[in-house]
Design a protein around this ligand. Sequence first.
Ligand SMILES: Cc1ncc(COP(=O)(O)O)c(C=O)c1O
Length: 350
Amino acid sequence: MIPFFDIKFTKEMEEVALQALYNENFIMGESVFKFEEEFARYIGTKYAVSVSSGNSALHLSLLALGIKNGSKVLTSTNSFIASANCILMVGARPELCDINLEDGNIDLSKCEYGVDAVIPVHIYGNPCDYESVIEYSQRYNIPIIEDACQAHGAIYDDKKAGSLGDVGCFSFYSTKNMTVAGDGGMVTTNNEDVANTIRSLRDNGRKSKVEHDKLGFTMRLNTVSAAIGRVQLKHLDEFNKRRKEILRIYQQKLGKELFLGENPKGKAVYHQIVIKHKNRDKIMKHLSDNKIGTAIHYPIPIHKQPLYSKYGFVLPNAEKFVKEILSLPSYPLLKDEEVALISEKIMEAI
Ligand SMILES: Cc1ncc(COP(=O)(O)O)c(C=O)c1O
Protein backbone atom coordinates (compact mmCIF):
# COMPACT_ATOMS: atom_id res chain seq x y z
CA MET A 1 0.00 0.00 0.00
CA ILE A 2 1.40 3.38 -1.03
CA PRO A 3 -0.83 6.19 0.24
CA PHE A 4 -1.35 9.32 -1.83
CA PHE A 5 0.01 11.39 1.04
CA ASP A 6 1.91 10.71 4.22
CA ILE A 7 3.65 12.78 6.89
CA LYS A 8 5.05 11.96 10.32
CA PHE A 9 4.94 14.01 13.50
CA THR A 10 8.63 14.10 14.50
CA LYS A 11 10.47 14.26 17.81
CA GLU A 12 11.73 17.72 16.85
CA MET A 13 8.16 18.94 16.27
CA GLU A 14 7.05 17.36 19.54
CA GLU A 15 9.82 19.01 21.56
CA VAL A 16 9.11 22.55 20.32
CA ALA A 17 5.36 22.02 20.67
CA LEU A 18 5.71 20.99 24.33
CA GLN A 19 8.19 23.77 24.99
CA ALA A 20 5.72 26.33 23.60
CA LEU A 21 2.73 24.85 25.43
CA TYR A 22 4.51 24.80 28.79
CA ASN A 23 6.31 28.14 28.53
CA GLU A 24 4.40 30.55 26.29
CA ASN A 25 0.93 32.07 26.08
CA PHE A 26 -1.34 29.72 24.12
CA ILE A 27 -2.39 32.69 21.98
CA MET A 28 0.11 35.19 20.55
CA GLY A 29 3.09 33.63 22.32
CA GLU A 30 6.67 34.44 21.38
CA SER A 31 6.79 31.63 18.77
CA VAL A 32 4.14 33.41 16.68
CA PHE A 33 6.30 36.52 16.27
CA LYS A 34 9.46 34.49 15.66
CA PHE A 35 7.69 32.41 13.00
CA GLU A 36 6.44 35.60 11.29
CA GLU A 37 9.93 37.13 11.30
CA GLU A 38 11.55 33.98 9.94
CA PHE A 39 8.88 33.47 7.29
CA ALA A 40 9.19 37.09 6.08
CA ARG A 41 12.97 36.66 5.86
CA TYR A 42 12.59 33.39 3.93
CA ILE A 43 10.10 34.84 1.42
CA GLY A 44 11.92 38.16 1.17
CA THR A 45 9.18 40.55 2.27
CA LYS A 46 9.25 43.16 5.04
CA TYR A 47 6.26 41.66 6.84
CA ALA A 48 4.62 38.31 7.38
CA VAL A 49 1.39 38.12 9.39
CA SER A 50 0.24 34.71 10.55
CA VAL A 51 -3.43 33.76 10.41
CA SER A 52 -5.62 30.72 11.01
CA SER A 53 -5.61 29.29 7.43
CA GLY A 54 -4.91 29.99 3.77
CA ASN A 55 -8.57 30.83 3.44
CA SER A 56 -8.24 33.54 6.16
CA ALA A 57 -5.05 34.82 4.50
CA LEU A 58 -6.94 35.41 1.23
CA HIS A 59 -10.06 36.78 2.91
CA LEU A 60 -8.21 39.27 5.12
CA SER A 61 -5.92 40.33 2.25
CA LEU A 62 -8.90 41.31 0.11
CA LEU A 63 -10.43 43.25 3.01
CA ALA A 64 -7.11 45.00 3.75
CA LEU A 65 -6.81 46.02 0.09
CA GLY A 66 -10.29 47.58 0.17
CA ILE A 67 -12.03 44.98 -2.01
CA LYS A 68 -15.71 45.04 -1.13
CA ASN A 69 -19.28 44.80 -2.24
CA GLY A 70 -19.47 45.89 -5.87
CA SER A 71 -15.82 45.06 -6.66
CA LYS A 72 -14.89 42.41 -9.22
CA VAL A 73 -11.97 40.04 -8.65
CA LEU A 74 -10.39 37.66 -11.14
CA THR A 75 -8.88 34.27 -10.33
CA SER A 76 -8.19 30.94 -12.01
CA THR A 77 -10.90 28.33 -12.29
CA ASN A 78 -8.31 25.56 -11.79
CA SER A 79 -7.69 25.88 -8.08
CA PHE A 80 -8.97 24.91 -4.67
CA ILE A 81 -12.31 26.60 -4.08
CA ALA A 82 -10.86 28.95 -1.42
CA SER A 83 -9.14 30.97 -4.19
CA ALA A 84 -12.61 32.12 -5.26
CA ASN A 85 -14.58 31.91 -2.00
CA CYS A 86 -12.59 34.80 -0.53
CA ILE A 87 -14.08 36.98 -3.29
CA LEU A 88 -17.64 36.05 -2.30
CA MET A 89 -16.77 36.45 1.38
CA VAL A 90 -16.05 40.17 0.93
CA GLY A 91 -19.20 40.61 -1.14
CA ALA A 92 -17.38 41.03 -4.46
CA ARG A 93 -18.17 39.38 -7.79
CA PRO A 94 -15.93 36.46 -8.83
CA GLU A 95 -14.58 36.48 -12.38
CA LEU A 96 -13.11 33.09 -13.28
CA CYS A 97 -10.43 32.75 -15.92
CA ASP A 98 -9.53 29.77 -18.12
CA ILE A 99 -6.12 28.12 -18.01
CA ASN A 100 -3.38 27.03 -20.35
CA LEU A 101 -3.25 23.31 -21.03
CA GLU A 102 0.53 23.01 -20.56
CA ASP A 103 0.69 23.64 -16.82
CA GLY A 104 -2.87 24.37 -15.67
CA ASN A 105 -2.09 27.94 -14.62
CA ILE A 106 -4.22 31.00 -15.36
CA ASP A 107 -4.16 32.27 -18.97
CA LEU A 108 -4.87 35.98 -18.74
CA SER A 109 -5.03 36.38 -22.51
CA LYS A 110 -8.43 34.69 -22.15
CA CYS A 111 -9.71 37.39 -19.76
CA GLU A 112 -9.28 40.73 -21.44
CA TYR A 113 -11.64 42.74 -19.27
CA GLY A 114 -11.17 44.98 -16.25
CA VAL A 115 -11.58 43.98 -12.61
CA ASP A 116 -10.60 45.52 -9.25
CA ALA A 117 -8.02 42.92 -8.17
CA VAL A 118 -6.45 39.74 -9.48
CA ILE A 119 -5.58 36.55 -7.57
CA PRO A 120 -3.06 34.53 -9.59
CA VAL A 121 -2.59 31.02 -8.17
CA HIS A 122 0.76 29.22 -8.50
CA ILE A 123 -1.00 25.93 -8.99
CA TYR A 124 0.81 22.69 -7.99
CA GLY A 125 3.77 24.83 -6.79
CA ASN A 126 4.66 25.94 -10.34
CA PRO A 127 4.82 29.75 -10.69
CA CYS A 128 2.21 31.09 -13.10
CA ASP A 129 3.18 33.35 -16.01
CA TYR A 130 3.80 36.32 -13.75
CA GLU A 131 4.82 38.70 -16.54
CA SER A 132 1.27 38.53 -17.87
CA VAL A 133 -0.05 39.15 -14.33
CA ILE A 134 2.04 42.31 -14.02
CA GLU A 135 0.91 43.53 -17.45
CA TYR A 136 -2.70 42.84 -16.52
CA SER A 137 -2.43 44.61 -13.16
CA GLN A 138 -0.76 47.63 -14.78
CA ARG A 139 -3.35 47.78 -17.55
CA TYR A 140 -6.20 48.07 -15.03
CA ASN A 141 -4.17 49.60 -12.18
CA ILE A 142 -5.21 46.91 -9.71
CA PRO A 143 -3.53 45.06 -6.84
CA ILE A 144 -2.18 41.50 -7.10
CA ILE A 145 -2.95 38.97 -4.36
CA GLU A 146 -0.74 35.94 -5.01
CA ASP A 147 -2.30 32.68 -3.95
CA ALA A 148 0.95 30.93 -3.00
CA CYS A 149 -0.88 28.34 -0.86
CA GLN A 150 0.79 25.57 -2.89
CA ALA A 151 4.08 27.32 -3.57
CA HIS A 152 6.19 27.64 -0.40
CA GLY A 153 9.72 28.27 -1.67
CA ALA A 154 8.87 28.45 -5.39
CA ILE A 155 10.85 31.06 -7.33
CA TYR A 156 9.98 33.28 -10.26
CA ASP A 157 12.69 35.41 -11.82
CA ASP A 158 14.91 35.10 -8.71
CA LYS A 159 12.13 36.13 -6.33
CA LYS A 160 10.12 33.85 -4.09
CA ALA A 161 6.43 33.30 -4.74
CA GLY A 162 4.62 35.44 -2.20
CA SER A 163 7.03 38.36 -2.65
CA LEU A 164 5.99 39.23 -6.20
CA GLY A 165 2.57 40.81 -5.67
CA ASP A 166 1.03 43.34 -3.28
CA VAL A 167 0.40 40.45 -0.91
CA GLY A 168 1.16 36.73 -0.87
CA CYS A 169 -1.08 34.16 0.81
CA PHE A 170 0.09 30.82 2.19
CA SER A 171 -1.61 27.79 3.73
CA PHE A 172 -0.02 25.40 6.20
CA TYR A 173 -2.67 22.67 5.84
CA SER A 174 -1.15 19.23 6.51
CA THR A 175 -0.53 18.24 2.88
CA LYS A 176 1.26 21.47 1.93
CA ASN A 177 5.03 21.68 1.31
CA MET A 178 5.31 22.75 4.96
CA THR A 179 2.70 22.48 7.69
CA VAL A 180 1.94 23.58 11.24
CA ALA A 181 0.41 20.15 12.02
CA GLY A 182 -3.06 21.65 11.75
CA ASP A 183 -4.68 24.60 10.01
CA GLY A 184 -2.68 27.80 9.61
CA GLY A 185 -1.78 30.50 7.12
CA MET A 186 0.41 33.51 6.45
CA VAL A 187 0.17 36.80 4.56
CA THR A 188 3.41 38.26 3.22
CA THR A 189 3.72 41.89 2.10
CA ASN A 190 5.99 44.92 1.89
CA ASN A 191 3.05 47.21 2.65
CA GLU A 192 3.05 48.26 6.31
CA ASP A 193 -0.59 49.45 6.25
CA VAL A 194 -1.78 46.14 4.83
CA ALA A 195 0.25 44.21 7.44
CA ASN A 196 -1.18 46.32 10.27
CA THR A 197 -4.74 46.02 8.99
CA ILE A 198 -4.43 42.23 8.80
CA ARG A 199 -2.93 42.12 12.32
CA SER A 200 -6.00 43.99 13.52
CA LEU A 201 -8.55 42.02 11.44
CA ARG A 202 -7.25 38.65 12.67
CA ASP A 203 -7.68 39.89 16.24
CA ASN A 204 -11.30 41.08 16.31
CA GLY A 205 -10.52 44.42 14.68
CA ARG A 206 -8.48 45.54 17.65
CA LYS A 207 -6.99 49.04 17.56
CA SER A 208 -5.53 48.93 21.07
CA LYS A 209 -5.94 46.61 24.05
CA VAL A 210 -9.48 47.86 24.65
CA GLU A 211 -10.56 49.60 21.45
CA HIS A 212 -11.92 48.00 18.26
CA ASP A 213 -12.32 50.12 15.12
CA LYS A 214 -12.92 47.41 12.49
CA LEU A 215 -15.23 44.47 12.07
CA GLY A 216 -12.65 41.77 12.70
CA PHE A 217 -12.45 38.04 13.27
CA THR A 218 -10.73 35.50 15.50
CA MET A 219 -8.25 34.29 12.87
CA ARG A 220 -4.94 34.10 14.76
CA LEU A 221 -2.42 31.28 14.47
CA ASN A 222 -2.03 29.32 17.72
CA THR A 223 1.35 29.52 19.46
CA VAL A 224 1.89 25.75 19.35
CA SER A 225 1.22 25.76 15.60
CA ALA A 226 3.73 28.57 15.08
CA ALA A 227 6.37 26.65 17.05
CA ILE A 228 5.87 23.63 14.76
CA GLY A 229 5.85 25.92 11.71
CA ARG A 230 9.30 27.23 12.65
CA VAL A 231 10.71 23.69 12.59
CA GLN A 232 9.03 22.92 9.27
CA LEU A 233 10.32 26.15 7.73
CA LYS A 234 13.85 25.16 8.70
CA HIS A 235 13.41 21.96 6.67
CA LEU A 236 11.40 23.42 3.79
CA ASP A 237 14.25 23.61 1.28
CA GLU A 238 15.25 20.00 1.92
CA PHE A 239 11.59 18.88 1.62
CA ASN A 240 11.36 20.71 -1.71
CA LYS A 241 14.65 19.21 -2.87
CA ARG A 242 13.28 15.73 -2.17
CA ARG A 243 10.08 16.50 -4.09
CA LYS A 244 12.22 17.53 -7.07
CA GLU A 245 14.27 14.35 -6.76
CA ILE A 246 11.03 12.31 -6.77
CA LEU A 247 9.95 14.04 -10.00
CA ARG A 248 13.35 13.28 -11.51
CA ILE A 249 12.94 9.56 -10.78
CA TYR A 250 9.39 9.52 -12.21
CA GLN A 251 10.60 11.29 -15.34
CA GLN A 252 13.58 8.96 -15.74
CA LYS A 253 11.19 6.01 -15.76
CA LEU A 254 8.31 7.54 -17.69
CA GLY A 255 9.74 10.34 -19.83
CA LYS A 256 9.01 14.05 -19.44
CA GLU A 257 6.14 14.28 -21.94
CA LEU A 258 3.66 12.66 -19.59
CA PHE A 259 4.10 15.42 -16.99
CA LEU A 260 2.73 18.95 -16.89
CA GLY A 261 5.05 21.66 -18.16
CA GLU A 262 6.86 24.12 -15.90
CA ASN A 263 7.32 27.85 -16.17
CA PRO A 264 10.77 28.31 -17.79
CA LYS A 265 11.32 31.51 -15.77
CA GLY A 266 10.48 29.75 -12.51
CA LYS A 267 11.61 27.08 -10.11
CA ALA A 268 8.67 24.92 -9.08
CA VAL A 269 8.34 23.15 -5.72
CA TYR A 270 6.14 20.24 -6.87
CA HIS A 271 3.34 20.53 -4.35
CA GLN A 272 1.68 18.11 -6.74
CA ILE A 273 3.39 16.00 -9.38
CA VAL A 274 0.79 15.80 -12.11
CA ILE A 275 0.59 13.67 -15.24
CA LYS A 276 -1.80 14.29 -18.14
CA HIS A 277 -3.11 11.42 -20.26
CA LYS A 278 -6.26 10.65 -22.24
CA ASN A 279 -6.54 7.31 -20.40
CA ARG A 280 -6.35 8.96 -16.99
CA ASP A 281 -9.25 6.95 -15.50
CA LYS A 282 -7.67 3.66 -16.58
CA ILE A 283 -4.31 4.64 -15.05
CA MET A 284 -5.99 5.74 -11.83
CA LYS A 285 -7.92 2.47 -11.56
CA HIS A 286 -4.87 0.33 -12.26
CA LEU A 287 -2.90 2.16 -9.56
CA SER A 288 -5.80 1.83 -7.14
CA ASP A 289 -6.09 -1.91 -7.92
CA ASN A 290 -2.41 -2.11 -6.97
CA LYS A 291 -3.03 -0.21 -3.72
CA ILE A 292 -1.39 3.01 -4.87
CA GLY A 293 -3.18 6.23 -3.94
CA THR A 294 -3.61 9.06 -6.43
CA ALA A 295 -5.85 12.14 -6.59
CA ILE A 296 -7.26 14.66 -9.04
CA HIS A 297 -6.59 18.35 -8.40
CA TYR A 298 -9.26 19.37 -9.02
CA PRO A 299 -11.96 17.13 -10.51
CA ILE A 300 -14.49 19.99 -10.75
CA PRO A 301 -13.17 23.37 -11.90
CA ILE A 302 -14.45 26.21 -9.72
CA HIS A 303 -16.80 27.59 -12.39
CA LYS A 304 -18.57 24.20 -12.48
CA GLN A 305 -19.00 23.99 -8.69
CA PRO A 306 -22.61 24.31 -7.50
CA LEU A 307 -21.74 27.58 -5.75
CA TYR A 308 -20.42 29.14 -8.99
CA SER A 309 -22.37 27.50 -11.82
CA LYS A 310 -24.99 30.28 -11.72
CA TYR A 311 -22.43 32.73 -13.18
CA GLY A 312 -22.43 30.72 -16.40
CA PHE A 313 -18.70 30.81 -17.23
CA VAL A 314 -17.69 28.70 -20.23
CA LEU A 315 -14.02 27.75 -19.83
CA PRO A 316 -13.21 24.93 -22.25
CA ASN A 317 -9.53 24.39 -21.47
CA ALA A 318 -10.21 23.77 -17.78
CA GLU A 319 -13.04 21.42 -18.65
CA LYS A 320 -10.77 19.37 -20.94
CA PHE A 321 -7.81 19.52 -18.52
CA VAL A 322 -9.66 18.05 -15.52
CA LYS A 323 -10.55 14.93 -17.52
CA GLU A 324 -6.89 14.09 -18.16
CA ILE A 325 -4.89 15.05 -15.06
CA LEU A 326 -3.73 12.80 -12.26
CA SER A 327 -1.67 13.75 -9.19
CA LEU A 328 0.87 11.12 -8.15
CA PRO A 329 2.33 10.65 -4.66
CA SER A 330 5.01 13.36 -4.24
CA TYR A 331 5.65 13.70 -0.48
CA PRO A 332 9.22 13.73 0.87
CA LEU A 333 8.75 10.46 2.82
CA LEU A 334 8.14 8.54 -0.42
CA LYS A 335 10.97 6.07 -1.07
CA ASP A 336 12.85 5.72 -4.37
CA GLU A 337 11.67 2.13 -4.77
CA GLU A 338 8.06 3.25 -4.26
CA VAL A 339 8.46 5.87 -7.01
CA ALA A 340 9.88 3.11 -9.24
CA LEU A 341 6.94 0.80 -8.46
CA ILE A 342 4.36 3.53 -9.13
CA SER A 343 6.08 4.27 -12.46
CA GLU A 344 6.05 0.59 -13.39
CA LYS A 345 2.31 0.38 -12.70
CA ILE A 346 1.68 3.50 -14.79
CA MET A 347 3.63 1.93 -17.67
CA GLU A 348 1.42 -1.16 -17.43
CA ALA A 349 -1.71 0.98 -17.75
CA ILE A 350 -0.78 3.19 -20.71
C1 LIG B 1 -4.50 27.16 -4.01
C2 LIG B 1 -5.08 27.18 -2.62
N1 LIG B 1 -5.66 28.31 -2.17
C3 LIG B 1 -6.18 28.38 -0.93
C4 LIG B 1 -6.15 27.31 -0.06
C5 LIG B 1 -6.80 27.44 1.28
O1 LIG B 1 -5.96 27.13 2.34
P1 LIG B 1 -6.55 26.52 3.71
O2 LIG B 1 -6.98 25.13 3.43
O3 LIG B 1 -5.39 26.60 4.65
O4 LIG B 1 -7.67 27.42 4.11
C6 LIG B 1 -5.54 26.13 -0.49
C7 LIG B 1 -5.39 24.96 0.40
O5 LIG B 1 -6.10 24.11 0.66
C8 LIG B 1 -5.01 26.04 -1.80
O6 LIG B 1 -4.45 24.92 -2.26
